[in-house]
Design a protein around this ligand. Structure first.
Ligand SMILES: Cc1cc2nc3c(=O)[nH]c(=O)nc-3n(C[C@H](O)[C@H](O)[C@H](O)COP(=O)(O)O)c2cc1C
Length: 366
């Protein structure tokens, strides 16, 4: 399950995917919005942060376990929702589900998945599954999806709030076309087309993003239709984080959608500390965007994330070897984090705090 000669770090999976996926699929996965400033910045900003290791602290055993919303996970490395995993490998989301279950971590299911949420949840009963939804224009669809997620055993509802319209991907436009044919049936929405809630030819426009007229009142409404905890994904400012606290959501994820929505926003790692400080211990804060190494995970936890989530590396793992490839990705990150903890003097996740990173005003000038 550990690294092999081809893939010893997460960048190797990306190179493999670039070489082996069709051009269209590759561009769909790797691209970011507009000039891709934010996409690049997500990774660059991690490299600017420097660590301050402590020594002589008996790190002979390390414990990587933590909890998210009260549920124990074995590693603070979880899986962000990414659409259409079937384009990467026939194992699709079922492979990701089995890999995340084996590592007892959290997987967020994309609503725009190749397999239905029921099939993904059934694939492995281990780990924690959260369901990602948008505030769709049709409330019947939103409500039904939440109920299906509850019935299938999901333990949280993630509302992606940064996609009231889909960001423009220039690189996709250059290779011409849309990854999803107009007449595609997407597993989760199949039933709404069949029973007439959605129009078979226009439903894609309705489901590919949230309703642009959505407001915080919609979050209150989603809270009112479920007992599951609500996690808001796509929070990038202290202001919105504080409003999220007022609306009593359970957690937020600092995310810029992997640089796929508004180009020009900062790297998530650059706003994480101010957001996590502002909300304190009122709600949990997670982050995603550009996490590719164990030291990236260490830095994000030090700057206030309770756990990190990864998007593209999972797809690239699938492209490499399906379920096994996703396990490879998780194992490498786990090993790298464990080593980084040892070398920085941290035995448990609780030992990781801001004192092990250099002050922001110092590393920002690098
Ligand atoms: C191909 C692709 C599809 C995605 N689909 C979704 C989605 O369906 N819902 C969502 O909230 N975010 C989606 N995202 C964003 C991811 O959840 C995540 O925020 C991002 O990939 C994290 O950055 P990283 O890829 O650098 O790890 C997608 C990202 C990619 C690359």
């Amino acid at each position: 399950m550990a690294a092999d000669a081809h893939c010893v770090c997460l960048d190797d999976f990306e190179k493999y995917a670039e070489k082996h996926l069709s051009l269209m699929t590759w561009i769909y996965y790797c691209s970011g919005a507009d000039g891709e400033t934010t996409l690049k910045e997500n990774r660059r900003s991690f490299r600017r942060i420097r660590l301050k290791p402590r020594v002589l602290r008996d790190v002979s055993t390390r414990d990587l376990k933590t909890t998210i919303l009260g549920r124990e996970i074995d590693i603070p490395i979880c899986i962000s929702p990414t659409a259409f995993q079937g384009l990467a490998h026939p194992d699709a989301e079922a492979g990701t589900s089995r890999a995340s279950g084996t590592f007892n971590t959290c997987m967020i299911l994309s609503s725009v998945s190749s397999l239905s949420l029921e099939d993904i949840c059934c694939a492995h009963s281990g780990g924690t599954k959260w369901m990602d939804i948008y505030v769709w224009p049709n409330p019947r669809v939103t409500k039904d999806m939440v109920q299906r997620a509850e019935q299938a055993g999901c333990k949280g509802i993630v509302v992606s709030v940064d996609i009231c319209q889909v960001g423009f991907k220039r690189r996709m436009a250059y290779v011409a076309g849309d990854i999803v044919p107009r007449n595609a049936i997407i597993a989760n929405f199949d039933k709404y087309c069949k029973n007439g809630i959605m129009n078979e030819t226009t439903f894609l426009d309705e489901v590919k993003c949230g309703d642009p007229s959505a407001t915080w009142a919609d979050i209150d409404w989603i809270k009112s239709i479920t007992k599951l905890p609500i996690i808001l994904k796509g929070i990038m400012t202290v202001e919105d984080a504080l409003i999220a606290v007022e609306h009593k959501v359970n957690a937020i994820m600092v995310s810029n959608h992997g640089g796929r929505q508004l180009d020009g926003v900062p790297a998530t790692i650059d706003v994480l500390a101010e957001i996590s400080k502002a909300v304190g211990d009122k709600i949990e804060v997670y982050m995603d965007g550009g996490v590719r190494t164990g030291t990236d995970v260490l830095k994000a936890l030090a700057l206030g994330a309770r756990a990190v989530f990864i998007g593209r590396p999972v797809i690239y793992g699938l492209a490499y070897k399906g379920e096994e490839g996703v396990k490879n990705v998780l194992q490498i990150l786990k090993d790298e984090l464990s080593l980084a903890m040892a070398l920085s003097g941290c035995r448990t996740i609780k030992d990781i705090n801001e004192s092990i990173v250099m002050e922001k005003n110092l590393y920002c000038r690098l």
